[in-house]
Write a protein that binds this ligand. Sequence first.
Ligand code: LIP
Length: 278
Amino acid sequence: MNGVSELVDVAQKVAIEASEFIRTKRLDHVAVQNTKSSSSDVVTEVDKASERLVFDRLHALRPRDGFLGEEGGSDESQSGVTWVVDPIDGTTNFVYNIPHYAVSIAAVEGPATPEEWTLLAGCVVNPSTGEVYSAGAGLGAYRGDSELRVAEPVNLQEALVLTGFAYGAHFRKHQAQLFVDVLPRVRDIRRMGTASLDLVMIADAQADVYFERTTSPWDFAAGAVIVQEAGGLVTGFHGRAPGREAVFAGHPEMVARLHDLIVAYGGDIPLEEIPPLS
Ligand code: LIP
């Protein structure tokens, strides 16, 4: 697609600069500045400063593009392209100095909602390791210069499953109950704490399949392009678009297997029907 490789270059350049900014800031003490949807949903000054940096750089390089950022940054698109940005994905890991957080930058065409967008380009950078994952639609997915390929399918009993937990306490209770049934039927699960890095791990065959609910567009947009370009499928429940209700990612066969297991145990209950904590 015309212009996609330029979008990949821009995403990489800006994500690497933001990653370096974050890495330097992490050398100092980092305090939680505020909480958002719940006491688990933390934000620091560095999240906000990183988003400002990404916004400014993208605006300078591509002034007609739109912007949608986790920390509230937004700008209408005049070009049809919008940047979907998580300035620090995995903020809890960042606060606790666990070296597993990321900058995630995607370019999408059309409305910046997963049901309507076309994914064009994505870049995910882990500041702690310096690893740069990127992909452009039709151009393949890479970690540095190495091309990525999702793992071949295995039986669920031999599958390493990545997942994440929502910030709302009642969602967490439901997720914990669901995993009572899922955990004995898979090799193991990992809750690494950074959705964008979960997705690049899937693209890099470091795990077999990913499933999470309540994810926001900036959590998975860049990772989704990378998984798709690595031969994987990113989808929601019952063939619907991925989004807040669910994101599955992996080899299409693995996604089908985990999807059916989750559905068999009632894991596809609509989010608004999950009961409040008693
Ligand atoms: C977080 C994720 C994490 C997921 C959380 C949240 P944040 O992003 O990447 O893996 O489970 O629900 O979305 O809030 O640290 O940018």
